[in-house]
Design a protein around this ligand. Sequence first.
Ligand code: ATR
Length: 319
Amino acid sequence: MPSSGAPLYNRDVSGLFATPINATTRYCAVYGHPIKHSASPAMQNAGLAALGLNWRYLAFPVHPDQLQACIVGAAAMQFIGLNLTVPHKLLAVELVDALDESARTWGAVNTIRFETQTADGTWTRLADIKEPVTGPIRSHGFNTDADAIVRALRDDLSLEPRGAVVLLLGAGGAGRTAALKLASENVRELFLVNRTRAKAEALALEIRQRHPNVKVAVGYPNASVDLVLNATSLGLRSTDELPFDGLAFQPSRAQAAYDMIYRPAETAFLAAARAAGCRTANGLGMLLYQGAAALELWTGRIPPIDVMRDALQKNVYGP
Ligand code: ATR
């Protein structure tokens, strides 16, 4: 017997779907290791329901040793597509049958679309095939993460990267992608700061080679910046120090601040930036926009972004 007062069932019906699962239900999934904290199923299932699709989005804990078998297995079961998260994104570049330009550029796959070859030889998304699939199926790898950074800056922070001066904190995996993406969007000037200075130096060199029109410096700027972006992991824990040196930089010198962290909703970095008068946004938008782009790749339809945002916010921060 449940203890007195405890609900006998989940009264939150927002997770129920218009169409019950039946023999025609189709599937997408996210693979990660670990996976149980992923907010993607909540976001994607809300999006699928809003589109009126009899599809479901599942989550599987997949060990890296099993990634290849699980991609092949999903293709064999005619899944529509997959998302990949830590630690699979780099590994999958070698495992998919075809690589989109986005995955090649970023050297990482976060979205797979399964496609079949039709009679005229073209590869078509499985979602568009009404009959049982009889032709070969391939896995097509994409990367929707890098575009999501820029969309988050534009939509959530009203910041246009072109011509902007940016201080980027962090030169790990996420920082490198952000720096190269911002450079490809023609920011005017990038200042790179990282605990391990050599990594920032290496990233600066890479940007100078690939984007010679962008000015890059390692260290803090002397003048004001349009954006300060935290791509370090500092802020995930309440005991973390700020991701910048308060003697070398004050948030009042930035117009806007973005934190790639979304849990907690407001890190000490964002709180300091808000107090200093900056426009601020956290990293939830990046999760939303990479997921929306994946849904669009699978369905060919405009993703219901507001529904997906609501579901994501409820899942991450509670109702
Ligand atoms: P991700 O893929 O999320 O970017 P990562 O590649 O491990 O993860 O990068 C983590 C980033 O946070 C790096 O910039 C890292 O700095 P180092 O390159 O010097 O490791 C930064 N970081 C992590 N812990 C930090 C700390 N205690 N102080 C300062 N920076 C830290």
